[in-house]
Design a binder for this molecule. Structure first.
Ligand SMILES: C[S@@+](CC[C@H](N)C(=O)[O-])C[C@H]1O[C@@H](n2cnc3c(N)ncnc32)[C@H](O)[C@@H]1O
Length: 246
């Protein structure tokens, strides 16, 4: 369910290494490049430790960062330019504002925590109702065709160096039910193992297109990777940029 926060984002030892585990990368550059005008009003739903929210604020945009984990927000507030961001501690599905936004983003596969049709419909409605005229929405979802979870344990294995400590980390599959994959993020510290469980919904491009169109959006761009390669059925990611239907 999307209304509980994974241990990944609340356990103090996991939150402390989040930015080391998820540093600035090609996806962050991609989203930053979507702010093409000056002083845009930007909504970052599930902003985590605020890597993008603070980067947009540094460029002079007006940013609202919505994040349900107080622990993640505490990390965000330590970043440069954090004082310019309007931080809101809330689940994205409970967010309401009377503001409209020129750019609404949901990054780091947060969209996949919405697993029932109702949850997906609801989050798309929230995005649509907060979108300014000529505004855009962008988020990504992993392409189910690639069945990435089949090789997750080896493909996601990495080490994270946190000062003197080296942490080993990987993803492990727990169960698969239709298009819902439940998995564990495992973090092996020198003195303990911390495991956080999540469930992601994997929607096909066809299903995503149908759902976003039902909620009043049209797809402006569909990319398959962070280099802007057009989406194909063999892409790893489904990266969507949406506008309100005319
Ligand atoms: C993988 S992190 C991504 C953080 C950030 N967007 C980024 O790209 O670095 C996922 C974040 O989504 C948040 N999250 C989980 N469920 C959520 C929900 N229902 N609404 C909003 N945020 C949620 C988590 O607390 C976590 O901070």
């Amino acid at each position: 369910m999307s209304n509980t926060i994974d241990k990944h984002y609340t356990d103090p030892r996991l939150v402390a290494i989040y930015d080391l585990d998820n540093p600035w990368s090609a996806d962050t550059d991609y989203y930053l490049s979507l702010a093409t005008k000056n002083k845009m009003n930007i909504l970052d739903l599930g902003c985590g430790t605020g890597i993008l929210a603070c980067a947009f604020a540094a460029k002079g945009h007006f940013v609202t960062g919505v994040e349900p984990s107080q622990q993640m927000l505490e990390q965000a507030k330590k970043k440069q330019h954090a004082d310019k961001v309007n931080w809101i501690c809330s689940l994205a599905e409970n967010f309401y504002s009377n503001q409209k936004f020129d750019l609404i983003i949901m990054t780091g596969h947060v969209f996949q925590v919405f697993i029932t049709d109702n949850e997906i419909q609801n989050i798309l409605r929230i995005m649509r109702s907060h979108l300014a005229n000529e505004g855009i929405v962008a988020f990504e979802s992993l392409n189910p065709n690639q069945k990435l979870w089949e090789h997750w344990k080896s493909d996601t294995y990495k080490t994270i160096a946190n000062g003197k400590e080296v942490i080993k980390s990987w993803k492990e599959i727990n169960s698969i039910e239709n298009n819902k994959v439940t998995f564990s993020n495992v973090y092996q510290f020198p003195d303990t193992i911390i495991t956080s469980q999540s469930t992601f919904c994997f929607l096909s491009y066809k299903d995503l297109k149908e759902k976003v169109e039902q909620e009043g959006f049209s797809i402006v761009k569909a990319h398959g990777d962070w280099s802007r390669t057009p989406f194909t059925e063999n892409s790893k990611e489904i990266i969507l940029v949406l506008e309100a239907k005319g």
